[in-house]
Write a protein that binds this ligand. Sequence first.
Ligand SMILES: [Zn+2]
Length: 224
Amino acid sequence: MSMMSEYTIKTQICDICRKMWQLGWGAANDGNVSVKSDRDTFLVTPSGIGKSDITPEMIVKINTSDVILENSEYRPSSEIKMHLRCYAERNDIGAVVHAHSPCATAFAVAGKPLDDDALIEAVLTIGCVPVTPYATPSTEEVGDSIAPYLQNHDVLLLQNHGVIAVGVDLKTAFQRTETAEHWAKISLNARLLGGAQAISKENVDKLCAMRNEYGITGRHPRHK
Ligand SMILES: [Zn+2]
């Protein structure tokens, strides 16, 4: 993490934000991204700027107490408390991506978890995705509502709100969000076709044991 220059990380955050916008993962200023740049410092997307308009100069540098260390021209994302709580809960987290991607958010709005163990890629990478209790955005409520779930999951659906994914680095957190959104689309369509057919417990176990062969590192999130 610290091997990479801060400017490089800022550029990567902007790349991810542009992808989020291109993928239609939010309207207006929805969504936010952060990266742990050092032990106690974080680079965060600015508040109130559309994801396609963010440049490296706008990325805000803060510490664990949300004190702005650099770039006071911009405020950190309003959801920064939620991000900081993720880093505080788990040492292995190096980046957090939060989006209002339409399909995963539809499941969050409907209060339905993505837990049918029906898609191989999802089983391999993100396990099941629970819905966390309703919380008022930008308050400590959000952190409190997600903390218990973070211990066993890398992707969460925030009730009536959106999706959040954590990862060792930005690419991992982004790809987990992408997998969740893709899975949500497939799951929704499968429901129109009469429902997804779950993979058997035996085969789920087999897939989980193959994670290394696929180059998937890190602990495996809990299944049902
Ligand atoms: Zn949000």
